[in-house]
Design a protein around this ligand. Structure first.
Ligand code: FES
Ligand code: FES
Length: 156
């Protein structure tokens, strides 16, 4: 067991965790923040993406103990009063069907827009499709997800 402390969505949290507890288990089962999803056991689907110290991370690939001291943001933490521009863009463009992949798509989308802006690069359709390689959607065919991220990139 390890004692960990971190900030999740701006709030200090912590506790004793088993050394093999995954960050996604800590988020979902200990903190009860169930917007972060688990869609695979092979680290492929991206439904579990959160931000750790400002970077997108598949939370099923990280131990909770490894996030000790980190600033974590989950899908529950991205709206600030009003919807985040990425959430609004998914709503405007029908960027989801069943919604299972959507939290991870939104967290990955925010991360890619922030990275491209910081590097002064253009996030065009080809770049969005390339960046989405780690996020699987079983419903939409991706077209409206790409449109959503493209809209948000212009507004963020
Ligand atoms: S649950 Fe993490 S990548 Fe699928
Ligand atoms: S909307 Fe159903 S998996 Fe993407």
């Amino acid at each position: 067991m390890s004692e960990i402390k971190m900030t999740v969505n701006g709030k200090p949290v912590g506790g004793d965790v088993a050394d093999n507890m995954l960050l996604v288990e800590f988020i979902r089962e200990t903190l009860r923040l169930t917007g972060t999803h688990v869609g695979c056991d092979t680290s492929q689907c991206g439904a579990c993406v959160v931000h750790v110290d400002g970077k997108a991370v598949k939370s099923c690939t990280m131990l909770a103990a490894a996030a000790d001291g980190a600033e974590v943001t989950t899908i529950e933490g991205v709206a600030n009063g009003d919807l985040h521009p990425m959430q609004k863009a998914f709503n405007d463009n029908h960027g989801l069907q069943c919604g299972f992949c959507t939290p991870g798509m939104i967290m990955s989308g925010i991360d890619m827009v922030n990275r491209y802006k910081a590097e002064g690069k253009t996030l065009d359709e080809a770049a969005i499709r390339h960046e989405l390689e780690g996020n699987i959607c079983r419903c939409t065919g991706y077209h409206n997800i790409v449109k959503s991220i493209s809209q948000a990139a212009g507004e963020m």
